[in-house]
Design a binder for this molecule. Sequence first.
Ligand SMILES: CCCCC/C=C\CCC/C=C/CC(=O)SCCNC(=O)CCNC(=O)[C@H](O)C(C)(C)COP(=O)(O)OP(=O)(O)OC[C@H]1O[C@@H](n2cnc3c(N)ncnc32)[C@H](O)[C@@H]1OP(=O)(O)O
Length: 285
Amino acid sequence: MNIIRSARFGASTLIPKNCWSVVRSISSTELTKLEVNDKTGIAVLTLNRPPVNSLNLELLTDIRNSIKDAESNKCRGLILTSSSNSVFSAGLDFLEMYQPKEERLKSFWTALQSTWMTLYGSKIPTAAAINGHAPAGGCLLATSCEYRVMLPKFTIGLNETLIGIVAPNWFMNSYLNVLPRRVAELALTQGKMFTTAEAQQVGLVDDVVNTKEEAIAKCEEFIGLFKKINPYARALTKQQFRINHLQELEQNREQDLQAFIAAITNPSTQAAMGAYLENLKKRSK
Ligand SMILES: CCCCC/C=C\CCC/C=C/CC(=O)SCCNC(=O)CCNC(=O)[C@H](O)C(C)(C)COP(=O)(O)OP(=O)(O)OC[C@H]1O[C@@H](n2cnc3c(N)ncnc32)[C@H](O)[C@@H]1OP(=O)(O)O
């Protein structure tokens, strides 16, 4: 019998393969759902934190655990998507950063660092089915993957400067891994949010399709490209492309954390964030 061991069902829980329907849940929490297609071996991770999948400590932790679950279950690839019809992820949860408690702020940023390193450095092929807006941290998740497909009439980009904050190096590096340097610099300094069409034009997304189902199918097609490629050779090749960015953060984690805390707790950053949040709340009324 082909057995899959699910880390989050407990080390001793064995799930018999073939006793399940084609799509099978590997692990799920209140905030994420990780399902694998038994035929293709490709997993889909759905973010499910209504209304906008803003990334708080718990969601980040669940995303990281899910990536690790997909890897340890030897999935052939991982697709990130959202349960919302209009938002992929609204980026970092402002409530974690606005008037924060220091211990929670530290745990939050440390979880973001870990989640990024796990996703950006994952050995398995990764793809994002961007079925809604993807500002800031939402864009970071997407650009950390190897392939992106997006639905029309949404927006994506690193808009930090618009909020009065600075995207850390590793956010920029994820952007630079996808965009030409000049485009990245112009976009980052303006805090530009690209429409789907603009994103495709500059190469921020690889394809545009009309439905979430088509987006997942495109991601599966991308992951299928590696069917005949030795996974070990593939993973090492990907690692060589990304190792400098990963090491840069790994070796400077504490410094990066302290820079974040100093920047976020600065009264002028708090004032800018407060005004931005106020505006967001007014707009949503
Ligand atoms: C060199 C040294 C560097 C040191 C480091 C320094 C700084 C660190 C940098 C930190 C990096 C931060 C990156 C981020 O990710 S910041 C987050 C940026 N995100 C945004 O700007 C997105 C804001 N949201 C929107 O634009 C929209 O909500 C939307 C995503 C387009 C969706 O629009 P819509 O569907 O119309 O939904 P609403 O706008 O009505 O929102 C519903 C509800 O959700 C609240 N909300 C939205 N986004 C967030 C969020 N990111 N965090 C928390 N809450 C959010 C919104 O306020 C509404 O709430 P109410 O219903 O209660 O009003």
